[in-house]
Design a protein around this ligand. Structure first.
Ligand SMILES: Nc1ncnc2c1ncn2[C@@H]1O[C@H](COP(=O)(O)OP(=O)(O)OP(=O)(O)O)[C@@H](O)[C@H]1O
Ligand SMILES: [Mg+2]
Length: 268
């Protein structure tokens, strides 16, 4: 297995001919995506069972895939899982249960397991970094709470803090706001977008909320049956016709003051 290059900042992510599935059954086959630029926030939308999680897991090196996933000139599919994890962080859709750690311990563990923790950070620096990200996510008051004792939304925020603190080049988030209330949905979208721009980090996130995707993404990719059915700016990708084809709903989509106004009127 080859080792990842050290400096991949400024590199775009290109996916060509990507195929993956389970036990010989293809879920995604021959998927191509135009390069994703550093700092871009890309939302991956699509119906249940479209293959979104399967795609993200293959990009994270967690399941076998063929084709090519390149960050700059680094081929990610040829990396070991450990090599992959130095570049890509994946936050899963379903969160681990029964973890006997505090929120702070979980984030400290994530730092120590990531390239950020490889350097000369003292124990004090590590704790400071962990507390900073916990504060930014908005759960400073829960730092000493056990992960086992959190609500679903609080656990999702703790998991997000663990993902963000690793400072990956590529961040894959599978429905990261599905359990969050309105305040935290917006807080997380703003924070992720801000960090993407600050760090030049590529973010690919699965969302089901079209309005939030339209408001906070640079680019929207719609997946159905393992195929890309729309890809572009939110205005280009989310149209009434696409929503009818992909979700079988009748919708009105109009430009609004903060993104798109999307009214779902009926099922088709
Ligand atoms: N471990 C598995 N073994 C076999 N088939 C699987 C497995 N995981 C998912 N699948 C199948 O792959 C297809 C795509 O599933 P996937 O989880 O990628 O969908 P998704 O787009 O993430 O859906 P959702 O919006 O419900 O999360 C589905 O038909 C599913 O049944
Ligand atoms: Mg999924």
């Amino acid at each position: 297995m080859t080792q990842p290059h050290c400096d991949l900042s400024g590199a775009s992510l290109s996916i060509t001919g990507l195929s993956t599935g389970y036990g010989g059954k293809a879920i995604v086959s021959g998927l191509d995506l135009a390069p994703i630029e550093p700092g871009a926030v890309v939302s991956l939308l699509g119906p249940n069972a479209a293959g979104k999680t399967t795609l993200l897991r293959s990009l994270a090196g967690l399941q076998p895939a063929t084709g090519s996933v390149r960050l700059g000139d680094q081929e990610l599919l040829s990396l070991s899982l450990a090599g992959h994890a130095r570049i890509v962080t994946y936050m899963p859709q379903s969160l681990p249960q029964r973890v006997a750690l505090t929120v702070l311990e979980g984030v400290i563990g994530a730092i120590r397991a990531s390239p950020v923790g490889d350097g000369n950070l003292s124990d004090g620096d590590i704790v400071d970094r962990a507390l900073e990200v916990i504060e930014r996510v908005g759960i400073g008051h829960l730092a000493m709470s056990g992960l086992n004792h959190l609500s679903g939304g609080q656990r999702q925020l703790a998991s997000l803090a663990q993902a963000l603190v690793r400072e990956p080049r590529v961040l894959l988030l599978d429905e990261p706001i599905s359990a969050l209330d309105l305040h935290y949905q917006l807080r997380v979208m703003k924070l992720v977008r801000q960090l993407a721009k600050e760090r030049g980090m590529i973010v690919l996130m699965v969302l089901h909320d079209l309005a939030i995707a339209a408001r906070w993404s640079d680019r929207v990719v719609l997946l159905a049956g393992g195929q890309v059915v729309a890809d572009g700016t939110p205005e280009q990708a989310i149209t009434a016709q696409v929503l009818a084809d992909v979700y079988r709903v009748q919708a009105r989509v109009e430009p609004g003051p903060s993104g798109l106004n999307i009214a779902i009127e009926d099922v088709l």
